[in-house]
Design a protein around this ligand. Structure first.
Ligand SMILES: C[S@@+](CC[C@H](N)C(=O)[O-])C[C@H]1O[C@@H](n2cnc3c(N)ncnc32)[C@H](O)[C@@H]1O
Length: 271
């Protein structure tokens, strides 16, 4: 099979873009370069791998788990079935958090709680090199992925295996988290339900379990001047504001919309 025949074959089952991404993974050519090698024969190993990837995609496995790769905030991250595939809205959380962090802190000490692949903490460390970053998650399998990403970019980041704050012993300027927040009985896309780890998705009966658990204990882990940054479900801002005001005094709460005009980020700042 040549690369051109591979594209034609792939397009029977996938979009042309997805077919090219898979071919680029097996051949090592950039997707834009493929056009220069249309007549090149795939080796037996490459063809086999390509067909297996197509099968996985036909079975509705997310492309990012097949290619073990996702681009997050301009950084190529390794992902597999042990972590949530980092989403666009989380990039917006990172972008807005970085703006606030830069306005308020120098050499910020940051904790990415519920880090999964490490997407948030790794982006912050990359974009603010003077930051002192810790990332933590309850899942040791997720942390294997986070460590792969940390090592890929040779970043000085502390990694802690912890049930929320159980093993956290320090104080931070900024705690940022995208915890599980889907209601247990909420209908979600099959491709998400069948492939992504449920421990990364569900946040109890009302989806608020982790915000409540985090905010209940967070004071002990914050410096006097602080920022808490959460990704939230689009209908959760009012409930989370109430929880925050119950556990914390002297705060300002800012809810931000994502590019689709949904309330998806909540920032709590010390006054
Ligand atoms: C929605 S995912 C977010 C992953 C990553 N931060 C991102 O934005 O792509 C939630 C993460 O919370 C972790 N998690 C679930 N329960 C936890 C707990 N009790 N303590 C710490 N982490 C937990 C899961 O393992 C999962 O990696």
């Amino acid at each position: 099979m040549t690369i051109e025949e591979g594209i034609i074959f792939g397009k029977k089952y996938l979009s042309s873009v997805d077919a090219k991404i898979l071919l680029s993974m097996v051949t090592g050519y950039d997707t834009l370069e493929l056009i220069n090698y249309l007549n090149k024969e795939l080796s037996t190993v490459e063809e086999d791998k390509f067909k297996k990837m197509i099968d996985a995609r036909k079975n509705n496995k997310p492309l990012q788990y097949i290619t073990n790769s996702v681009n997050f905030y301009g950084i190529e991250l390794y992902v597999d079935e042990n972590v949530l595939i980092p989403r666009f809205e989380t990039e917006e959380l990172v972008e807005n958090s970085i703006k606030i962090i830069n306005e308020r802190f120098t050499n910020p000490k940051v904790l990415d709680l519920c880090c999964g692949s490490g997407a948030i903490g790794i982006s912050i460390k990359t974009k603010i090199p003077t930051s002192i970053v810790t990332i933590s998650d309850i899942s040791s399998d997720a942390l294997k992925v986070a460590n792969i990403n940390k090592n890929k970019y040779n970043l000085d980041i502390k990694v802690i295996n912890s049930d929320l704050f159980d093993k956290i012993n320090e104080k931070y300027d900024c705690i940022i988290s995208n915890p599980p927040y889907i209601r247990n009985n909420e209908e979600i896309e099959e491709i998400v339900k069948n492939n992504e780890p449920s421990i990364a998705l569900y946040g109890g009966e009302n989806g608020l379990l982790y915000y409540e658990r985090i905010l209940k204990d967070i004071k002990k882990y914050l410096n006097e001047k602080f920022l808490i940054a959460f990704e939230i479900g689009q209908d959760q801002s009012e409930s989370i504001k109430k929880i925050a005001n119950f556990y914390l005094n002297n705060i300002e709460i800012i809810v931000k919309k994502d590019l689709q005009e949904r309330d998806r980020m909540l920032f709590i700042l010390s006054k």
